[in-house]
Write a protein that binds this ligand. Structure first.
Ligand code: ZN
Length: 135
């Protein structure tokens, strides 16, 4: 019974997000809509549970320093391993998204080529009928 109480009141550790475009860690609000979650940032062990408190926290100089060299703050191999897994998942999701948008672009391109080809074909046939009429 005690374990259940513990898991519901579990403190979440706030982790900055790795930005694939810039290759840097950035702050991203971890809040989930319609859920009250408490997060603890390891830069100063302070907690926040609202977006306002989160914004106040990430404006702190100490926090910004912590985020900018996030990887250096990792203390043990498990943390590093966990972070690598997190990055890998993010990378894979991103790759999937990229492939999907590439597919959509290819499909659009194919459709455009088809339309152009049809247009060329139809203008050809007009040409042919016109020259036939001239004869
Ligand atoms: Zn912090």
């Amino acid at each position: 019974m005690n374990q259940q109480t513990l898991s519901t009141t579990k403190m979440n550790i706030y982790k900055p997000t790795f930005d694939l475009e810039t290759g840097k860690y950035i702050d991203e609000a971890p809040m989930v809509p319609r859920q009250i979650l408490e997060f603890k940032c390891l830069c100063n062990q302070k907690t926040f549970n609202t977006l306002t408190k989160f914004k106040t926290h990430i404006a702190l100089k100490g926090h910004q320093r912590y985020v900018s060299c996030y990887l250096e703050h990792m203390e043990d191999a498990n943390d590093v391993k966990e972070e690598m897994m997190r990055l890998r998942t993010k990378y894979e999701i991103n790759e999937r998204k990229l492939k999907m948008s590439l597919k959509t672009t290819e499909e659009k391109l194919e459709l455009a080529q088809k339309t152009i080809q049809e247009f060329i074909n139809s203008s050809h046939s007009i040409h042919i009928t016109q020259s036939m009429n001239l004869d």
